[in-house]
Design a protein. Structure first.
Length: 776
C-alpha cells in the first residue's frame, strides 16, 4: 500500500527534475498544482508546490492528507473537468507538497491512459493510479551497497604492500581483474575464499570498498542473435510486423494486427521479430500472456532467441522483484517486459510495441477492483502511444474477428503447422451410443470404449495421452443416497467439491473447506454420501484401474502450486517420464509435447451451457486449444471428443476444422449472426451492475430504488434486478442489472447519470462491469 512510513520522509530531498511546472516570472510560492492520489476519490486534490520543489505534471510526489503522508502524481486535469468547475479551495488553505520522489515523471501517454481506463470502466482515477504505483518501495532510490574492486595498481604490478601474496589472495585479485566490482560475499564465493581474505586485501591497500547506488537493470536482448530460419510465410508475416514497429519509431503509427495462425504454426517465432525490431530501435516491448506463471516453455524460447531473460511481471513476484522490475521499467532499463494484464500499467518511458498472446483468453479480463479487459486496454494504450499492437491467437475472439472484418484491424495468416507436423484428426464420440461402461467397485465410468481403445493403442506405441476435463477435484457434487441432501457451501450458492487428494470438501468460490462428514448432515444416515459426476481426480482413479502401468500426472491448479512445479511437470512430460496426463484448462495453454499423440476430451459439452453469451465461443476456443496439444512434432496426433450433442455447431466446427479452416470460419459466422440478431457484443454493448450486501432486505430496497431511477432511453434496455446466479457469495447476497445498448452508444455517461441518483448505504457494494465476461 502506498501509505508511507514517517521515516522515509526524513531522507534528504532528491534533486528536483528539470521542470516546466513553474511559469517563468510567476510568484513561485503560490503555485497551485493538482495531485492525483491512489484513493477511490472522484479526482485530484489541490496542493501548493513550494518553489524549491519544481514539479511537473507526472512528477511522483509525497503529500499530506489528514494525518497521513501519501504518494501521488502531479496531474494536469483538463480545464472542463468537474474538479476545475467546482469552486477552488483558497490558496491559503492548501497544504504544500512535501517531497518529489526520485523517479521519472509519468509520461503524458501513461497519464492519459490512466484517465482513459478510469473513464471507460467507471473506476475512480485514483484506483487506476494505484495499479500503476503498485510497488511503493520502487519510488525510492535503491539503498547504496558496498562493492569491492581492485585499487588502481602501483607500478610494481599490484602486489600488496605487506607482500604476502598468498594463493587465496591471488584468486581474489584474479576474480576482480576480469570482472566488475562485487559484493563482499559474492567476491569471496567467486574466489573460493573466506571474507577475511578480502578484508586483508583491503587493509593491504590492494582492494577498496566503494559505496554505489545500483539501479536494477535487465540485460539487453540481442536482436541479431540467430532465431530459427523462418518459412516463407512466416518470414512474410514477420516482415510485415517489423515494418509496423519500424514505422512507429518514425512517428505516430498506431495499428492493430491480428496474427492468426493454427496452433504450432510459429506465431511466437514471428512476433519475436516484432520485439527484435523494437529493441533495435531502442524502444521497449511488452508481451501480455494470459497465464504468466505457466509460461516456462515460452521463457525458454525467449532466452534461446535473444540470449537473455525478459523482465517478468505477475502476481507471484516477491516485493523485491516487483520493486526492481518497476524501477527498471521506469528508468528504461527493461527492454522487454513479459507480464500478466497488470503489466499494462507499468511506467514505460518509451513503449514501441505491445503483443497480446492468446488474445481470446478470458483470463485477460480482470474481474475485481478495476474491471478491465487487458486486450482491449492494450489496444487503447497502443493508440494513445501511436504504436502497433499485435493480437495473437489460433482462435481469435469474435470481437477481434469482427474488427478485422470491418477493417479496423489488419490481419496476418499462418495457415499451416511448422515443418511436417500435421493438424490432428478430430473425431466425435457420441455418448448416447457409446455409454462409458461401469467399473467394478468404482461405480459409473467416464471413459467410453472407443476412447479406451485409442488410449490402449497410444500407450502401447510408447506415446503419450492427455485426458482433458475442466473440473478440479474428485467430484463436483456430493449427495446423500438416503435423503437426497446435497452438500452446499455455507457462504455461497454453490456445491462443495470433494478433493480426495487433499481429504476435504472445498468451495471453489470462497475457499471454504471442511472434512467429508461420516454421516449425512440432513438425515444422519451413515456412509450414505456418494460422489456425483467426475472431476480429474476421479478420472485418474478410473485410468489407474484401466491402465495400471501407465505413469500418470495430474495437471490442475491444485497440483501446480507455482511456476516451479509447473516447469518441473512440463520437463517430466517432455522427458517422457509421464505416459498419461490428466488435466484441466491449464493443459490447454501453449505447451509443446512432441510425443503427445492422443487427446481425449472427457466431457466436451461441459462449457456449453450456463447463461454465458460466450459459452459456445469459449468451448470452441478451449477445445481447439486442447486439441492443438496433440501431434505437434513428427508424430501425427488425434483428438477424440466425448459429447452427447455431436450435432451442436461447436462440435461440428471442431470436427471439421481438423481438415479445413472453414469449419472455424463457418462456426464464427453462425455465432456472429446469432449475436448480431440478438444485439449482443460485439454488435451491441453490455454493462453489468452487481450489487451485494449482507442483508437481503436492504439490498432489495436499494435495487428497487435503482430500478425506479433506471434510464428510459430509446434503444437501451435495463434488465433486472435479478438474483445473480451466485445469489450468495462469501455470505453476501448479490443482485444483478444488465444494461444493453446499441454499438457505439456512450454507455458510461448514461450509467454515471443513473448511479448519481441513488445513494448507496455503506453496507451495499456496487461493482460496475463494462463489457462483462462473467455472468455469475
Ligand atoms: P504457435 O505459437 O503458432 O503455436 P510456435 O511458435 O509455438 O507456434 O511454434 C511451434 C513449434 O515449432 C515450436 O517448437 C517452434 O520453435 C517451432 N518452429 C516454428 N517455426 C519454426 C521455424 N521456422 N524453424 C524451426 N522451428 C520452428
Ligand atoms: Zn463458498
Amino acid at each position: 500500500m502506498p501509505d508511507r512510513h514517517a521515516s522515509t520522509a526524513t531522507r534528504p530531498l532528491a534533486p528536483a527534475p528539470e521542470s516546466a511546472g513553474v511559469p517563468a516570472g510567476a510568484p513561485a510560492a503560490t503555485q497551485r498544482v493538482q495531485v492525483l492520489l491512489p484513493l477511490p476519490l472522484t479526482g485530484p486534490y489541490d496542493y501548493l508546490a513550494p518553489p524549491e520543489l519544481s514539479v511537473t505534471p507526472g512528477s511522483v510526489v509525497v503529500v499530506p492528507l489528514a494525518q497521513r503522508e501519501l504518494v501521488g502524481v502531479v496531474w494536469d486535469a483538463p480545464a472542463d473537468s468537474a474538479a476545475a468547475a467546482a469552486k477552488p479551495v483558497p490558496l491559503a488553505k492548501l497544504r504544500p507538497i512535501l517531497e518529489s520522489l526520485p523517479v521519472p515523471p509519468l509520461t503524458p501517454v501513461a497519464r492519459r491512459f490512466l484517465a482513459w481506463v478510469a473513464d471507460y470502466t467507471l473506476a475512480a482515477p485514483g484506483a487506476v493510479l494505484r495499479m500503476a504505483l503498485s510497488s511503493p518501495s520502487a519510488l525510492e532510490e535503491p539503498k547504496p551497497v558496498t562493492l569491492y574492486q581492485r585499487c588502481d595498481l602501483p607500478p610494481s604490478g599490484g602486489v600488496p604492500q605487506d607482500r604476502r601474496l598468498t594463493p587465496a589472495r591471488r584468486r581474489v585479485l584474479a576474480v576482480l581483474a576480469d570482472g566488475p566490482a562485487r559484493k563482499l560475499a559474492d567476491l569471496a564465493a567467486a574466489a573460493g575464499v573466506g571474507t577475511s581474505v578480502v578484508k586483508g586485501l583491503v587493509a593491504a591497500g590492494a582492494v577498496e570498498a566503494v559505496e554505489v547506488v545500483a539501479e536494477p537493470r535487465f540485460p539487453p536482448p540481442d536482436p541479431e542473435a540467430a532465431g530459427p530460419t523462418l518459412s516463407d510465410r512466416q518470414a512474410e508475416a514477420a516482415r510485415a510486423l517489423r515494418a509496423r514497429v519500424g514505422e512507429a519509431a518514425c512517428g505516430e503509427a498506431f495499428s492493430v494486427t491480428l496474427l492468426d495462425g493454427v496452433t504450432g504454426s510459429g506465431k511466437t517465432e514471428v512476433y519475436f521479430e516484432a520485439i527484435a525490431e523494437a529493441v533495435v530501435g531502442g524502444r521497449q516491448a511488452l508481451v501480455l500472456l494470459p497465464e504468466i506463471a505457466l509460461s516456462a516453455q515460452w521463457l525458454e524460447r525467449f532466452e534461446r532467441r535473444f540470449g537473455v531473460a525478459p523482465a517478468l511481471w505477475h502476481s507471484d513476484l516477491t516485493s523485491a522483484q516487483r520493486r526492481a522490475t518497476w524501477r527498471a521499467v521506469a528508468l528504461g532499463h527493461a527492454p522487454v517486459v513479459v507480464g500478466a494484464r497488470s503489466a499494462l500499467f507499468l511506467p514505460y518511458p518509451d513503449l514501441g510495441v505491445i503483443v497480446v498472446d492468446e488474445e481470446h483468453e478470458s483470463a485477460f479480463k480482470q474481474e475485481d477492483g478495476v474491471t478491465y479487459h487487458a486486450r482491449d486496454m492494450a489496444v487503447v494504450r497502443a493508440q494513445l502511444g501511436g504504436i502497433p499492437a499485435v493480437l495473437v491467437s489460433a482462435t481469435p475472439s469474435l470481437e477481434t474477428l469482427n474488427n478485422v472484418k470491418t477493417g479496423r484491424y489488419q490481419e496476418l495468416h499462418l495457415p499451416e503447422r511448422h515443418g511436417d507436423a500435421a493438424l490432428p484428426a478430430i473425431g466425435l464420440i457420441d455418448l448416447r451410443q457409446d455409454r462409458p461402461p461401469k467399473l467394478e467397485g468404482l461405480g459409473p465410468g467416464w471413459l467410453s470404449a472407443p476412447l479406451r481403445a485409442a488410449m490402449a493403442e497410444t500407450l502401447a506405441a510408447g506415446e503419450q495421452v492427455l485426458l482433458f476435463l475442466n473440473r478440479r477435484g474428485y467430484a463436483p457434487l456430493t449427495l446423500c443416497r438416503a435423503c437426497g441432501y446435497r452438500l452446499q457451501c455455507p457462504n455461497c450458492t454453490a456445491w462443495l467439491v470433494e478433493h480426495r487428494l487433499a481429504g476435504r470438501l472445498q468451495c471453489h468460490h470462497c475457499g471454504f473447506a471442511s472434512r467429508l462428514p461420516g454421516a449425512c448432515p440432513g438425515c444422519g444416515a451413515e456412509g450414505s454420501l456418494t460422489a456425483c459426476g467426475p472431476g480429474v481426480e476421479r478420472l485418474a482413479e478410473e485410468a489407474r484401474v484401466l491402465f495400471p502401468t501407465a505413469r500418470q500426472a495430474l495437471m490442475t491448479s491444485d497440483t501446480l502450486t507455482g511456476p516451479d512445479s509447473a516447469a518441473e511437470l512440463v520437463r517430466a512430460v517432455q522427458a517422457r517420464e509421464i505416459d498419461l496426463l490428466i488435466g484441466t484448462q491449464i493443459v490447454a495453454k501453449g505447451h509443446h509435447f512432441p510425443y503427445l499423440t492422443l487427446v481425449g476430451v472427457v466431457d466436451a459439452d461441459l462449457g456449453l451451457y450456463g447463461g454465458d453469451l460466450r459459452a459456445a465461443e469459449r468451448t470452441y476456443q478451449l477445445l481447439h486449444q486442447v486439441a492443438g496439444r496433440a501431434g505437434r512434432a513428427e508424430h501425427p496426433g488425434r483428438v477424440l471428443l466425448q459429447t452427447a450433442e455431436p450435432d451442436h455447431p461447436v462440435m461440428q466446427a471442431l470436427a471439421a476444422s481438423a481438415t479445413q479452416a472453414e469449419g472455424r470460419d463457418r462456426f464464427f459466422e453462425a455465432e456472429a449472426a446469432a449475436r448480431e440478431s440478438a444485439g449482443l457484443p460485439p454488435f451491441g454493448r453490455l454493462a453489468a451492475l452487481v450489487l451485494s450486501g449482507p442483508d437481503a432486505r436492504q439490498l432489495d430496497e436499494v435495487c428497487r430504488a435503482l430500478a425506479r431511477a433506471a434510464p428510459q432511453v430509446a434503444g437501451v434496455t435495463v434488465l433486472g434486478p435479478a438474483p445473480a446466479p451466485l445469489a450468495v457469495l462469501r455470505g453476501r447476497h448479490r443482485r444483478r442489472f444488465l444494461v444493453k445498448a446499441p454499438r457505439g452508444f456512450r454507455l458510461q455517461a448514461l450509467l454515471r447519470a443513473w448511479l448519481e441518483q441513488v445513494k448507496l448505504p455503506n453496507a451495499v457494494r456496487l461493482q460496475v462491469d463494462i463489457d462483462p465476461y462473467s455472468f455469475l
